[in-house]
Design a protein around this ligand. Structure first.
Ligand code: FMN
Length: 219
């Protein structure tokens, strides 16, 4: 049964569109992944607002197959850091092929992850492989990787827009997050994202972004 409502669309005059697009680009171009966090708490209510923004993302069949776990407990952060460092130590010393290590070298990353207990919050994003109907039967979810990826993109933009910084972190494998945070078997850990303020002396790798003519093709 279809239930449609009028679209809530706020038109922007064409001459203003370009100015807004340029200003948004300039703001987003300043976003960087940050690996050094200040010991400074987050304002009350900010994480809720940021996650609510991510939750406006489009999703396959509107199934919204995501769960965001906001970890502030120092004990849980310590457990997550210890488990992540165990995986990362094995990755950097045994599992990673030489080519992967050489791609990572310019970033200066290693197995130690002090940001995992330094940041005031860790957002752990889970992908719901399936849901459940009211009677408990399993309900398949579609395009969960695409949907959660889009939601995380919006999450990162919302974090940056609010004047905070984050790191997209993918210790591999990430099953330990499902165990430590006691998620149901239907949920797979997708990303681990420390969120907060940068340390005063925070540095970032000196990297470049591809120019537009390399990423945009007109036909
Ligand atoms: C899917 C994905 C996984 C990533 N995993 C890690 C990670 O495990 N550790 C890390 O330090 N950075 C990680 N990054 C951050 C990238 O290194 C970073 O985005 C890239 O170098 C570009 O830098 P920028 O985000 O400052 O523009 C990841 C980024 C993405 C998108």
């Amino acid at each position: 049964m279809e239930d449609h409502i009028p679209l809530d669309f706020q038109p922007i005059p064409p001459e203003e569109s370009l100015a807004r697009a340029e200003a948004f680009y300039a703001q987003m171009a300043r976003r960087r992944s940050v690996r050094f966090f200040a010991d400074r708490p987050l304002p009350e209510g900010l994480l809720e607002q940021i996650v609510a923004t991510a939750g406006t993302a489009p999703s396959g069949a509107n199934q919204q197959p995501w769960t965001f776990v906001a970890v502030r407990s120092p004990d849980l952060k310590r457990q997550i850091r210890a488990a992540a460092e165990e995986e990362e130590r094995a990755f950097y010393s045994q599992r990673a092929p030489e080519s992967w290590l050489s791609d990572l070298a310019p970033l200066g990353t290693g197995w130690e992850k002090p940001f995992l207990d330094a940041a005031p919050a860790l957002l752990v994003i889970f992908r719901q492989r399936h849901g459940y109907d009211a009677d408990g039967t399993l309900h398949k979810h579609y395009y969960t990787l695409e949907s959660v990826g889009i939601a995380v993109g919006m999450l990162i933009a919302a974090i940056h827009n609010a004047g905070l910084v984050s790191l997209t972190h993918t210790p591999s494998p990430m099953e330990f997050l499902e165990r430590i945070l006691e998620r149901p078997t239907s949920e797979k850990a997708f990303l681990l994202m420390p969120v907060g303020y940068p340390a005063e002396d925070a540095t970032v790798p000196n990297i470049t972004r591809k120019p537009l003519d390399e990423i945009l093709i007109w036909r």
